[in-house]
Write a protein that binds this ligand. Structure first.
Ligand code: 5GP
Ligand code: ZN
Length: 121
């Protein structure tokens, strides 16, 4: 069985609590925390608790926790309120250096989009 963690990986260290993070949600197979260099307030990273650089490296049982967690976060962060204009979000996941991936542990970016005129910032 492949190792779930890589001792030198920054996101594996975050999962294990070896380096600090602003945690939002955690399940048996997924973990989410605020991005240290947010492109918007509330920019969140959702990661499987399994070390792998690309989406195809991650077993489905780990990925199965990622999207339900992302849905919960969209609600918690007030990005997905029925009938509310001026608010939304982008979900982004980079695979490979050529695709701007910097950290080689799969992560989904949840990036809030809020209209400045909405008064929600
Ligand atoms: P990538 O370009 O690989 O898709 O994005 C990596 C993301 O991880 C970047 O947005 C970067 O700010 C974030 N990041 C890198 N190191 C850390 C860290 O130690 N803590 C946190 N919270 N985010 C990090
Ligand atoms: Zn890792």
């Amino acid at each position: 069985k492949a190792a779930a963690h890589d001792a030198s990986c920054i996101f594996c260290k975050i999962i294990k609590g070896e380096i600090p993070s602003f945690k939002l949600l955690e399940t048996a197979h997924a973990y989410s925390f605020l991005d240290i260099q947010p492109t918007a307030p509330g920019h969140t990273l959702i990661i499987p608790k399994y070390h792998g650089a690309k989406l195809t490296d991650i077993p489905d049982e780990y990925l199965a926790d990622v999207l339900p967690m992302t849905k919960k976060l969209a609600k918690i962060l007030d990005l997905d309120v029925a009938g509310q204009a001026g608010v939304g979000y982008n979900l982004l996941q980079n695979n490979g250096k050529i695709a701007h991936q910097e950290v080689p542990h799969v992560h989904f970016h949840l990036i809030p989009k809020r209209d400045e005129k909405s008064g929600l910032i």
